[in-house]
Write a protein that binds this ligand. Structure first.
Ligand code: AMP
Length: 195
């Protein structure tokens, strides 16, 4: 059996890097809503065009659309034995919808790993990524806005998951190997029937 995980954290906290590593180590799909939306934009479909405006401004895509995408993705065969969610949920309504969906599927989340990072290290990392990856939302003004959007709309999820005892905190400011080792400890500490 695999694990059902959420990686939570501000933009630039290393969610994508760590989710990719977990996906490879545990043979579970890495489901990143940001990647799904970028692919939709790339495809240039009407849905992609609708989504593009939100991505470019660093705003969140509307909840109903995001939830539809996740419902569809979690229904695919490779997600039957675990998944690592990266960039979803990002609002309390999304977290509630995920809970309802997982109840329907009879598989509650095993853990939510929160990658903690201070504002300055986020700004530095996203600035570096802008040079390497050329993402249109890694422009300085959009970076600052995305951090604010995180604080307003996504940070409340920390309490949401603390209340249901799913939350595990990991210091995301360290080098990727050290962060990966801490996440591994979290997974190894889960009840045996979860893994
Ligand atoms: P990311 O790659 O996770 O940083 O996401 C890039 C962008 O995709 C975000 O700034 C949002 O515009 C959009 N996005 C990704 N995931 C979500 C989500 N769960 N809810 C709303 N918008 C999202």
């Amino acid at each position: 059996m695999g694990v059902d995980l959420v990686l939570l954290g501000p933009p630039g906290s290393g969610k994508g890097t760590q989710a990719a590593r977990l996906s490879a180590a545990l043979s579970i799909p890495h489901i990143a809503t940001g990647d799904i939306f970028r692919a939709l934009v790339e495809a240039g479909t009407p849905l992609g065009q609708r989504v593009k405006a939100f991505l470019e401004r660093g705003e969140l895509v509307p909840d109903d659309l995001v939830i539809d995408v996740i419902r569809h993705r979690l229904g695919q065969a490779d997600a039957t034995h675990g998944f690592v969610l990266d960039g979803f949920p990002r609002t309390v309504p999304q977290a509630e919808a995920l809970d309802r969906l997982l109840v329907e599927l009879g598989r509650p989340l095993d853990a939510v790993v929160y990658l903690q990072a201070d504002r300055q290290s986020l700004i530095e990392r996203l600035g570096q990524r802008a040079e390497v990856e050329g993402r249109s939302d890694d422009r300085p003004d959009v970076i600052l806005h995305r951090i604010d959007v995180f604080l307003e709309q996504t940070a409340p999820l920390i309490d949401y998951y603390r209340r249901n005892s799913k939350l595990r905190l990991v210091d995301g400011t360290r080098l990727p190997d050290a962060v990966a080792a801490s996440i591994r400890e979290v997974i190894d500490s889960l009840p045996r029937d979860a893994v």
